[in-house]
Ligand binder design. Sequence first.
Ligand SMILES: Nc1ncnc2c1ncn2[C@@H]1O[C@H](COP(=O)(O)OP(=O)(O)O)[C@@H](O)[C@H]1O
Ligand SMILES: [Mg+2]
Length: 498
Amino acid sequence: MDRWRIQLLGELRATRGSEVVSHFRSQKVAGLLAFLAHHRETAHAREVLIEMFWPDCEPEAGRNNLSKALSLLRAQLEPGGESGTALLASRATVQLDPATTTDVDELRAALAAAAKAKGAGRREALARVLELYKGELLAGHYQDWIAPERDRLRASFTRAALELARALDAAGDRHGAVDAARRAVASEPEGEDAARVLMDLHARTGEPSAALRVFGELSERLGRELGTTPSAPTRELARAIEVSLSPVKPTRRPARALPLELHEIFGREEELARLEAELRPAASRTRLLTLTGPGGIGKTRLALEAARRLEGAHEGPVAFVSLADVTDDRFIETAALRALGLAASPRRAPLDEIAAAIGLSPALLVLDNFEQLVPGGSGFVRGLLERAESLACLVTSRRRLGISGEREVALAPLAMPGEGDLEALASVPSVRLFVDRARAASPGFALTRENAPAVAELVRSLEGVPLALALAAGRAQILSPEQILERLPGEPLEDLLR
Ligand SMILES: Nc1ncnc2c1ncn2[C@@H]1O[C@H](COP(=O)(O)OP(=O)(O)O)[C@@H](O)[C@H]1O
Ligand SMILES: [Mg+2]
């Protein structure tokens, strides 16, 4: 008579010829069969089985439970009165017929064969391992003996799948190799070796975006399950794949998203040089730079100019997120998504969505007008910088965010006029700003020998604060500089800059 074959990998089932048993009378009955099948080389003392499956029962009840479970099992494995053929039970011990076979033993045999064989023979044995491993050992069963055994088998399987992937790749079967590597990744989704092999294969079979998806899933998984990120070799591989991708598909370059600024910028050369140097993509660049200073000092204007100059240097998005109207930090995410031209995804948290869109290319996000969101909104910035490693943030805010690693550039007023002739005066940034805005208000306006002293005095009274200069210049349509100066209120700045 045929013997039963017990499948323990994936779903528990017993087969013999055309007979299949895959539903057991109870989870205990199934668990008992699984244990006896996996350990069928010995006869197990009934007491041990009772202790294992009914630890909380009185001895008498335990014995009854075991007898009942054994007879239920018999009814399934020994139908039609073949009593004693599958289950060998005495008053003291229970054993499954040692001639029963299991898929776990077949898997071990295949692994052993693979270890001995070479070339095609090895590939065949490894392929058999992949065929036999239908899933985790006894998925859904939780006896103590299972977990360590499950982990061992999973590790052996993953190694075999990776080895097969490499062997098939070497033999020129890239698609077979991709399938094998996928199995390895599926069995250990946090395993970086498997992810790297699969990424590399995808990249070489002309599917770099599939490779980056593998990286994305690994990153997400590591972040969620272990709170970590992929290791340096994995990140480097992903970056290399990204780089190989961009020249082939320039359409992947994200849209630029900076607002148009029509007014020329005056002065600020030093600040711009510093911002450009710190925020340019490079190994050592600053990840978070906060431009601080009172309202109207020129933070937004400067940040915009810096972002515009840095645009060309970034492969990823360079975007401007205006937070002037955002007062609740929950809406920072929405503003950032919108600035990047993204829609909120039902599957992913906004932070992950943004990080995924940025990918691995150097990117720059300007977060303008952050002051009313400190400190509640700082978490958003920290979370984003953690997730998107290639991202740098340039923030404008009256106060710093208080995140570690934050660099602050405190903005001073524009340079003010000292003593000097008309030509010298005309080249001072604060004066140029005033004259530019006065001309915008009144096209005939010019800096002359006559109005120069008044303009210089005006600019000094306004302390070189750009917003104050711009507002005062707006009155040039009807007033001369002298008149504007005369009409300046006593404490102009305090009022203007509130
Ligand atoms: N360096 C500059 N050159 C020209 N205009 C400037 C300069 N700095 C600021 N401005 C102008 O001054 C006004 C206030 O500047 P803004 O950047 O909005 O200040 P903040 O963001 O610090 O409140 C804006 O109209 C801006 O265009
Ligand atoms: Mg501003």
